[in-house]
Design a protein around this ligand. Structure first.
Ligand SMILES: NC(=O)c1ccc[n+]([C@@H]2O[C@H](COP(=O)([O-])OP(=O)(O)OC[C@H]3O[C@@H](n4cnc5c(N)ncnc54)[C@H](OP(=O)(O)O)[C@@H]3O)[C@@H](O)[C@H]2O)c1
Length: 269
C-alpha cells in the first residue's frame, strides 16, 4: 500500500448514490467515473497515482458531483482490505472493478513477481472487493457491479496467456455471480472491451501492435459499459467488430481461435 494517510475527501451529497471505481486515475476507469458523475453519482476514486486522481476528482466536481480519492495499491499486501476499510459502512450503489494491467510476451520470459501481481490485481482484488461489498447490496435489495474483463476472455491469448486467462476468469465469475443474484435486485455486468486507447498498451509493452491500430476511444467504451450496467445487462462487448468476433468465436474450434489470436498478436502495424 502506498499511503495509509487519511483520505482527501470532499463532502458527499446526501441524496446522491455512491459509486466506487478502482483504477479511476486513467483510461477506461477515469471515463467510467466521469460518465457516472454526469449521471448523478458521487464517486470514490481509487488508484495509486494521487496527482491523476486529484485531476479526475476536479473533473467530477465540474459536473456538480462530489468525489473522494482513495490511494491504494491493490497489488500490495493489505491493499484490498485497506480499500474496504476506507469505504467503511457507506452505502455503495455501484462498484466498478476496473483496475488491471496486462503482460505480453512468451510466458517463460515473464517475471514470476509481475505475473503474481497481475493475477492478484486482475483476479483476487476483483473477487474480494465483490465479496466485500455484495452482502450489503443484497441486504438492501439493490446495487450494481461492473467488472472489466476483455474480448481476450473469449479465446486463448497466446502471447498474453496469463492476462487472457485472468479476463476469462472475470467473465466466468461475473456471469456466475449474476445468476446467483437473480431476483435479489443486485446486478453484475461484465464489460468486455477490445483494444482501447489508454495507457494499457504502453504498460503491456504493446505499442505498435496491429491489435491497437483501430483501438476504440476510452470514453465510448465507458459510455457503453455504464449503459449496460444501468440497464442490468450481464455482458457488454464494446464495438460492433468486437461483438462480431465474440459471436464468431462461439462457433469456431478452440485450436483455430488460438492460432488466429497468436497471428494477430505477432502482427505489427
Ligand atoms: N485498453 C485496452 O485495450 C483494454 C482492453 C480490454 C480490457 N482492458 C481492461 O480495462 C481495465 C482498465 O485499463 P485501461 O485500459 O484503462 O488501462 P490504464 O490506462 O493503464 O489504467 C489502468 C488503471 O488501473 C490502475 N491500477 C493499475 N495497477 C494498480 C494497482 N496495483 N493498484 C491499484 N490500481 C491499479 C491504474 O491506476 P494507477 O496508475 O493510479 O495505479 C489505472 O487507473 C483493465 O482491467 C484492463 O485490463 C483494457
Amino acid at each position: 500500500m502506498m499511503d495509509m494517510a487519511p483520505p482527501e475527501s470532499l463532502p458527499m451529497h446526501e441524496a446522491h448514490p455512491l459509486a466506487l471505481v478502482t483504477g479511476a486515475s486513467s483510461g477506461i476507469g477515469t471515463e467510467i467515473a466521469l460518465e457516472l458523475a454526469r449521471r448523478g453519482f458521487d464517486l470514490i476514486l481509487s488508484g495509486r497515482d494521487a496527482e491523476r486522481l486529484t485531476a479526475v476528482a476536479d473533473q467530477v466536481l465540474a459536473t456538480g458531483g462530489a468525489a473522494e480519492i482513495q490511494i491504494v495499491d491493490l497489488e500490495a499486501p493489505g491493499g484490498i482490505e485497506a480499500l474496504v476499510t476506507q469505504v467503511g459502512s457507506r452505502e455503495l450503489e455501484i462498484l466498478v472493478n476496473n483496475a488491471g494491467f496486462g503482460l505480453s510476451g512468451p510466458l517463460e520470459r515473464e517475471s514470476p513477481e509481475r505475473l503474481a501481481a497481475m493475477v492478484h490485481l486482475n483476479v483476487t482484488a476483483l473477487t474480494l472487493l465483490t465479496r466485500a461489498f455484495l452482502p450489503a447490496m443484497v441486504a438492501r435489495g439493490h446495487g450494481r457491479i461492473l467488472n472489466v474483463a476483455s474480448t481476450g476472455a473469449f479465446q486463448p491469448c497466446p502471447g498474453m496467456a496469463a492476462y487472457g486467462a485472468t479476463k476469462a476468469y472475470v467473465l466466468s465469475f461475473s456471469e456466475a455471480v449474476a445468476e446467483e443474484l437473480a431476483g435479489t435486485g443486485v446486478f453484475v455486468t461484465a464489460l468486455c472491451p477490445g483494444p482501447t486507447r489508454t495507457r494499457f498498451a504502453e504498460r503491456a509493452a504493446m505499442v505498435g501492435s496491429f491489435l491497437f491500430r483501430d483501438a476504440m476511444a476510452a470514453d465510448a467504451v465507458a459510455r457503453s459499459g455504464v449503459q449496460a450496467l444501468l440497464a442490468g445487462r450481464r455482458l457488454r462487448v464494446t464495438g460492433w467488430r468486437n461483438r462480431l468476433m465474440a459471436f464468431a468465436i462461439r462457433f469456431s474450434p478452440r485450436g483455430m481461435t488460438a492460432r488466429l489470436a497468436k497471428a494477430m498478436m505477432l502482427k505489427r502495424n
